[in-house]
Write a protein that binds this ligand. Sequence first.
Ligand code: ZN
Length: 211
Amino acid sequence: MLRLRVRTSGASKHIACPDCDAVYDAPTLKEGEQVLCAQCHASLFHYHRNSLHRAAALTIAAAFLFLVANCFPFMTLRAGYRESQMLLSQSVSGLEEQDSPFLGAAVGIFTLAAPTLVISGLAYLLLGLIAGRRLPGAIPLCRWVYRARRWNMTEVFLLGALVSLLKLGKLATLTLGISFWAFVGLIICLTAALSSIDYRELWTRLEEIEA
Ligand SMILES: [Zn+2]
């Protein structure tokens, strides 16, 4: 851990405490080091050890699980002799068919588009950094990935799906498909990937490396 001094001169790089708003000169860190606010002891910046490889492995796992979640049935409903399977993408088209186009679009953005951007963007940035390169468009992509992270609401969708499943379970026999379990794994892997490397660390690594 490093002790910081409150910034008094016009330094080109600085870091602000999100809790108490104190501003410091940004220090240069090595892997494993962490910066705490000198006033309120909040964590400002953690340069995680082996963060690039861990985040990349988790992102690739998330990409694989996202693919599985979109290719296989999310659940199967049986009532008498009738059986129907639901794919994840049908949650969007189903809502549009039931005269809820805005809700369908929202589900599409929050559970399909945002995770696609976060996973593919992270994979592009991380694999480039591991290869020692800052790939073309990495800086604007880094901004977009961390903006899209706020719009990724896969866990909210899963919570809503679980409530619906409880109600549907009373009307028909319900079987959870491979997609459901892949979706659960996706949430775990994506959350772990994003917490393995924070935005400031990724940004610093991109600045340090040559394009
Ligand atoms: Zn503070």
